[in-house]
Design a protein around this ligand. Sequence first.
Ligand code: NAD
Length: 377
Amino acid sequence: MNVAVLGETKPGETRVALIPSTVRELAKIGCDVTVASGAGLGSHFADEEYKEAGATVVADAAAAMQGAEIVVKVQPPTDEEIEGLPNGVVLVSLLSPLTEPELVSRLGKAGVTAFALELIPRITRAQSMDVLSSQATVAGYKAVLMGADALSKFLPMFMTAAGTIRPGKVLILGAGVAGLQAIATARRLCAKVAAFDVRPEVKEQIESLGASFLETEHDVTAEGEGGYAKELSEEQHQRELELIAAHIADTDLVVTTAQIPGRPAPRLITEGMVDSMRPGSVIVDLAAASGGNCAGAVDGETVIRNGVKIIGPANLPAGIPVHASQMFAKNVATLLKEFVTEGELSLDFEDEVIAGTCVTHGGEVRHGPTKERLGIA
Ligand code: NAD
């Protein structure tokens, strides 16, 4: 089976969908991998390393796609890339299917069998294929480092001859994969960490990492399906805002990670709350690309309001490309193993992972069932 790895063309994207060690892994199940020259350079994987792993390196994406049965990428394909995809080819990449329906229908019309990595079902068997989890781990870690760097203070406590420095206070809103990693990272920096999430079962996870859970006597819980949250009622949302407002003024660094699949991010920090914080404090909003948890957050920019830095980091995983690519590639390779029987491409559409992740096949858009699964009309 021929697998093509394309280079990424989106500005700032440094990751690559397969790295040399995964080329070796795929060779064992009968996959011949062709790599567009330079595809791994943003993650510091040279063409030579791909060749040593058994891949064929060709001049560019067009050459890599010739004769490919499967094409793998990190970012969704551009219009030009879609034009170059061979009819009937399998495409595996991020596709934002719930917010980019036009891209999905273009792929359908192009006769591509497209798999959206965002839709890997949240079942135990598929955990090792889940790029949302692996990349959220990277993002949660990096967000705290970025926030710590932007702060006007230390995070750890210091007892020195020049006096005692009290530990910094960190608040993490949303304690899913990214939020828990952010808590762990802030704790490694010895900050005093508090966190909140609308899924009550995460309280124990937050506490086991050495952080405190923001308690409220009101019901501010909203568990959805598949391990995700759903939207709070208006009244619950107001209660949550009151809870956050009561804590945020005394916080040095806030990292927000709250998301509802397929919906705009919940607004958790108002302008008034930002104004209540001390100048020099920092908010890192990981939901900036989907509307922002914090008022005034802009994706890819840092906005300063009354001396408080509001960072809306774009594509944080690209900031740690070696390990982000290593994890992404492992996820992709594990998924590809589901596609192959005795070295040949064979897709079993009865399989939960294949059915749940495939958005177009045979000229048709197939993502309806996934929308239902996520409770989206
Ligand atoms: P996500 O990125 O969709 O959301 C991030 C967090 O924001 C979630 O914890 C969510 O509860 C929280 N949130 C939403 N609205 C909020 C609000 N108003 N206030 C505060 N927090 C809010 O979620 P995620 O991190 O991708 O994953 C969520 C859960 O799914 C995790 O517990 C994770 O363990 C689980 N999961 C399971 C699998 C699997 O079984 N294969 C794989 C990945 C994740």
